[in-house]
Design a protein around this ligand. Structure first.
Ligand code: ATP
Length: 363
């Protein structure tokens, strides 16, 4: 397997930058997920690595070779697509063998590689079937097998699970993760599903509007989002973001909004809040770090319940703080009703503060 380096890569269509000066290194054997909303440039980035699109600027290095000017077939990569792209009239065996026949490998070497891949993916009993005789999950495994027999240096996968139903997706998630661990494969994996990325990847590259926003382990991205975009994209439900003003009271900063309440900040949060470029900040909090009180409480801010969503072992409550919606999780034994006045207490150790102007995390 091999390391992949994206060096300041750019893909523009006229004035639209589908990929805008993205640099990152995927280490040998690492599983990296490219995530972001529709149109953020994930597929374009993957296609640039594959060599399926001409690049406007920058370089791509796979292993110790600059591959920028090489054809896809010379890059030593294998792609797995959303639609599997299997040959409908060929058996599974022939689907797997085909890329090797194209390379003119000897027959017994092809047979040995096909059977080895089929064993890894647990599709030996399916080798004589045709794709239409397979379930979606089995077809997905054949598509992985076809990538595997080629013995590539890098696997590139574009939303490979998005055609499967929810249950099978979860199951195949585990299988792809296993595939990665067993082969120690370098994988670049595009998904718009942040949960898929968080559960499978060693690192995630979060993109927005062609720009790389953050590149780190799922845990670090979740715990320390670099800006409000990443904070709102990663995590389900998303982190609540409340635009507020900072006012200094002696040594302490307090947060306030147009309703006039004041939330005194801890020493650490005071230090962060006073670094904002203006008096505008955004308070970020995940649902599990907010306590809901049914009566006025010191250190808690007033809110009005909007919706209550029981999900079984947790109830999610959406409440308005000013114009911002805050999501809180509650034990289902606590009963709250829409339009009820409540007070929300944010855990000062676990709250996030972002600059209201630049949207960047204050640290
Ligand atoms: P999705 O999750 O919807 O597939 P994506 O993150 O993979 O989205 P890309 O397909 O990489 O996004 O597209 C990035 C941007 O480039 C989008 O704004 C898209 O409209 C634009 N784009 C892609 N291909 C072309 C093209 N051939 N001509 C012009 N614009 C394009």
């Amino acid at each position: 397997m091999a390391q992949v380096v994206l060096q300041d890569i750019v893909k523009s269509y006229g004035s639209l930058y589908a990929v805008n000066h993205v640099s990152l290194t995927v280490d040998d054997g690492e599983f990296v997920a490219l995530v972001g909303p529709s149109g953020c440039g994930k597929t374009t980035t993957l296609n640039l690595v594959a060599g399926l699109l001409p690049m406007t600027d920058g370089d791509i290095v796979i292993g110790d070779r600059i591959v920028t000017d090489l054809d896809p077939k010379d890059r030593d990569i294998a792609m797995v697509f959303q639609n599997y792209a299997l040959y409908p009239n060929k058996t599974v065996y022939k689907n797997l063998a085909f890329p090797l026949q194209m390379r003119k490998l000897p027959k017994d070497e092809i047979d040995q590689k096909v059977r080895a891949a089929a064993k890894v993916l647990d599709i030996v009993p399916l080798l004589e079937r045709r794709p239409r005789e397979l379930s979606g999950g089995q077809q997905q495994r054949v598509a992985l097998g076809r990538a595997l027999v080629r013995d590539p240096r890098v696997f590139l996968m574009d939303e490979p699970l998005s055609n499967l139903d929810a249950k099978l997706r979860v199951q195949m998630r585990t299988e792809i993760k296993r595939f990665h661990q067993d082969l120690n494969a370098t994988i670049i994996y595009v998904t718009h599903d942040q949960l898929e990325a968080v559960t499978m990847a060693d690192k995630m590259a979060v993109m927005n509007k062609g720009f790389l926003q953050q590149y780190d382990t799922p845990k670090n991205v979740f715990d320390n989002p670099v800006n409000t975009f990443v904070a709102s994209f990663i995590g389900s439900p998303a982190m609540s973001l409340v635009p507020l003003e900072v006012v200094q009271r002696g040594d302490q900063a307090v947060l306030t909004n147009e309703a006039g309440w004041e939330l005194p900040l801890s020493a650490m949060n005071t230090r962060k809040a006073l670094k904002a470029t203006t008096n505008k900040v955004v308070l970020g909090a995940r649902h599990s770090t907010i306590k809901l009180h049914k009566s006025e409480t010191v250190g808690a801010v007033p809110a009005r319940v909007y919706t209550v969503e029981p999900t079984g072992d947790i109830t999610f409550v959406q409440a308005f703080v000013g114009e911002a919606v805050v999501i809180v999780s509650l034990d289902p034994t606590v009963i709250v009703r829409p339009d009820e006045d409540v007070w929300l207490e944010f855990d000062q150790e676990r709250m996030h503060l972002f600059d209201g102007e630049t949207t960047m995390a204050l640290s």
